[in-house]
Design a protein around this ligand. Structure first.
Ligand SMILES: *Cc1c(COP(=O)(O)O)cnc(C)c1O
Length: 406
């Protein structure tokens, strides 16, 4: 047997779809979810066997992935480290554990590599020739990299105010790259509209079934790193929500395999005050979110005004007894500075948003003093504009070195 997939199903209606053929959204226009023969996996694979697997990155979980071995595209996916923020934690007088999962070490320096690695590997498996994506930067770069490696053409559309370094990265990795005078959802419209004529396949967030499977590996990896005892709370910067939905799917599959206990983490969807459609819908008790007008935040990765998986994010939050919370750009930038000065870790703005949200949740009593908390740093902090340096020293002037004293 090459993989354990049994079928796909609509995440809203449960309608079943056949495996091994190309799928976009379900007939109901909702994300399709991959299902596996978990009973068979249970018989074939044990935690002890997994321990002996010498692949360290996420391909070690290939039994819970849809890709046949010969179609794996790899750029050196590493197991991302868990890093304690002890100095920040002590300053806040927090008695639990405060841990960052640093996803910035993956290929193309963001966790988008997980999802796009899977999407491109499946595109190869299904013999697709041209992939297109709307992006705020990181997804485009990851698509470009994996598509180039797989010898598949990629076309990328990003808002024209995407950080320059990201746009240049995408083009440098071989994608046909366009800046668009609009937000990510408007870029998404172009990909949808062009489908018939340009004959590309749409790899937008959740509009194909496999990016979730890639993001799911964050949950699998986290579970194994924590020795199958999951943390109490996970703070996740939520844009399209693939990661949150994917991790929740991982936990449900591990539960069914009997590899973890039924004490799952509270899932916290962190959004920016300037773009908070999921927060608003969750707060109002809805499962579906309205388009957020005038989306604006420094955390580009979570500037997503509408998400096709809204109800899946909100269901995971609620099932987990979690919550959604917003933070301002000021809190995000302050947190970035705080954590790098205190703990030597330069978070991306989205990662910094999870720290700001943690702090706020602690103050508001939404989490407990002895909780084991995981924050997600989704990308390298170096992919973003940083504060200017204004100190200048004229080497020919008389320098007063006593100014440098502690
Ligand atoms: C895409 C992205 C997010 C949001 O991830 P989703 O799983 O799509 O919600 C957060 N941070 C960064 C840096 C991203 O690139």
């Amino acid at each position: 047997m090459k993989n354990y997939v049994t079928h796909l199903e609509c995440s809203l209606t449960g309608e079943k779809k056949q495996k091994n053929i190309v799928h976009g959204l379900s007939d109901a226009g909702k994300p399709l979810i991959v299902r596996y023969d978990l009973e068979q996996i249970k018989k074939d694979i044990t935690k002890e066997q997994l321990k002996k697997n010498d692949i360290s990155g996420f391909w070690r979980y290939s039994f819970l992935l849809p890709v046949d071995q010969e179609n794996r595209i790899s750029l050196g996916e590493v197991k991302t480290p868990l890093i304690s923020l002890d100095n920040s934690k002590n300053e806040l007088d927090f008695k639990g554990e405060l841990i960052v999962k640093d996803e910035g070490l993956l290929p193309t320096a963001s966790f988008k590599a997980r999802g796009l690695c899977l999407a491109v590997s499946m595109a190869k498996q299904l013999d697709l020739k041209h992939l297109a994506i709307p992006t705020n930067g990181n997804a485009g770069a990851a698509l470009a990299a994996y598509a180039s490696k797989a010898k598949i053409k990629s076309t990328v559309f990003c808002p024209d105010d995407t950080p320059e370094i990201n746009i240049r990265e995408i083009q440098s990795l071989g994608a046909e790259t366009y800046m668009v005078n609009g937000l990510i959802n408007e870029c998404g419209k172009l990909v949808l509209e062009g489908k018939q004529e340009a004959k590309w396949f749409d790899v937008s967030t959740l509009k194909e079934p496999y990016r979730i499977e890639g993001k799911k590996t964050m949950g699998l990896e986290l579970a194994e790193q924590f020795n199958w005892q999951l943390p109490d709370v996970i703070f996740y910067p939520t844009g399209g929500g693939t990661g949150l939905i994917g991790m929740w799917k991982a936990f449900e599959e591990l539960l069914e395999l009997g590899w973890i206990e039924n004490k799952l983490p509270k899932m916290v969807a962190v959004q920016a005050e300037g773009c908070a459609p999921i927060y608003k819908a969750w707060k109002e008790g809805n499962e579906f979110a309205d388009l957020w007008d005038g989306a604006k935040t420094v955390a580009a990765g979570i500037r997503v005004p509408i998400a096709v998986g809204d109800f899946l994010i909100i269901r995971a939050i609620n099932k987990s007894n979690g919550f959604s919370i917003t933070v301002s750009d000021e809190e995000i930038l302050n947190s970035r500075e705080k954590v790098s000065f205190k703990d030597g870790m330069l978070l991306c703005p989205e990662g910094a948003a999870t720290f700001a949200a943690f702090k706020k949740s602690l103050n508001e009593g939404l989490i407990k003093q002895n909780d084991k908390v995981v924050l997600f740093n989704c990308a390298s902090g170096l992919k973003y504009p940083l504060p200017e340096v204004s100190n200048f020293l004229d080497k020919n002037s008389k320098i007063n070195y006593s100014n440098f004293k502690l």
